[in-house]
Design a protein around this ligand. Structure first.
Ligand code: ZN
Length: 296
């Protein structure tokens, strides 16, 4: 099953894709694709629906983050050995864990906004794991049972704020628009092996990242089990599992996003995202407070 959310920001409605790739509305079936909807019994209820019996969603609607009500975004750093090398950092002996503020969540095609003075904003295509059942002290061999599904994720990062300032990475990872998730959540039953997914990313039609989850240092099951030792994972928690090589800071010379750039990324069975890059303008914060969001 492929589950989506569509509509204006903050007012997204649930939907699923039918076998022809058309969006079918789930309004009236459940309120949202949120933590409650990710429980195994709820997913089974959705899987029993006949998609063709549900109303079609009109073409051209905005897609939101594929999961709403996300409580936590937990990220794994340097989880591909070739990416660790390009970052000039050694391969970690244990997963590097950091977090990203949930307000950075965005729809898959929402614009990326560069912060004022931000000159080192970078891309990171990733596989994200969405937890479906409460998960505390689980072993790797059972960890995937607690996963609702997977989605495409761009872990957008302002490197100067991440690495050239004191303190934690979260400052460079949490800016408005820095966490596009989707287009859809693909349920676990449709991903028999999360370690066999291709990931790619282009900037202005030029291929920057080409990778496979096969080369992760710590696999998905290992990551979920590892995290569950330190925190009781909750339904709706989203885990970004790290990026393959080809990020901007790994280029010689480094290359970063500029206003006007276009970013396109995708993964096996995960769909595609397309983002235009915008410069921050002071009136954006004013309009944001009124519930109006930057558009590409
Ligand atoms: Zn990342």
């Amino acid at each position: 099953m492929r589950l989506l959310r569509y509509g204006p920001r903050g007012q997204e409605q649930p939907a699923l894709l039918d076998k022809n790739g058309r969006m079918r509305a789930l309004a009236g079936v459940l309120p949202d694709i949120n933590p409650a909807a990710l429980a195994p019994a709820e997913l089974a209820r959705l899987a029993a629906l006949v998609p063709e019996s549900l109303p079609l969603v009109p073409d051209g609607v905005r897609l939101g983050s594929c999961v709403g009500g996300v409580g936590n975004i937990i990220c794994i750093g340097l989880n591909y050995s070739d990416h660790a090398a390009e970052a000039g950092l050694k391969v970690p002996s244990q997963p590097i864990v950091f977090s990203k503020h949930t307000a950075a969540l965005a729809g898959p095609d929402d614009p990326i906004v560069l912060g004022p003075g931000a000159e080192k904003t970078d891309w990171e295509v990733e596989l994200a794991v969405v937890i479906g059942s409460p998960c505390w002290h689980v072993a790797a061999h059972e960890a995937l049972d607690f996963v609702a599904g997977y989605c495409l994720f761009n872990d957008v990062s302002e490197r100067a704020w991440q690495m050239e300032m004191e303190g934690q990475w979260i400052k460079g990872k949490s800016y408005y628009s820095f966490a596009p998730a989707g287009p859809w959540l693909v349920t676990r039953d449709e991903v028999p092996d999360p370690q066999a997914l291709d990931l790619w990313l282009e900037v202005n039609d030029r291929r920057m990242q080409t990778g496979s989850t096969r080369t992760m240092i710590f696999g998905v099951a290992e990551i979920v089990a590892y995290l569950s030792r330190f925190m009781a994972l909750q339904p709706g928690d989203l885990i970004a599992t790290g990026t393959p090589p080809g990020v901007g800071m790994g280029h010689k010379p480094p290359q970063f996003l500029r206003a006007g750039d276009s970013v396109r990324l995708g993964g096996s069975g995960l769909g595609e995202q397309r983002q235009r890059v915008l410069a921050f303008e002071p009136d954006m914060a004013q309009s944001w407070r009124r519930g109006e969001f930057p558009r590409a």
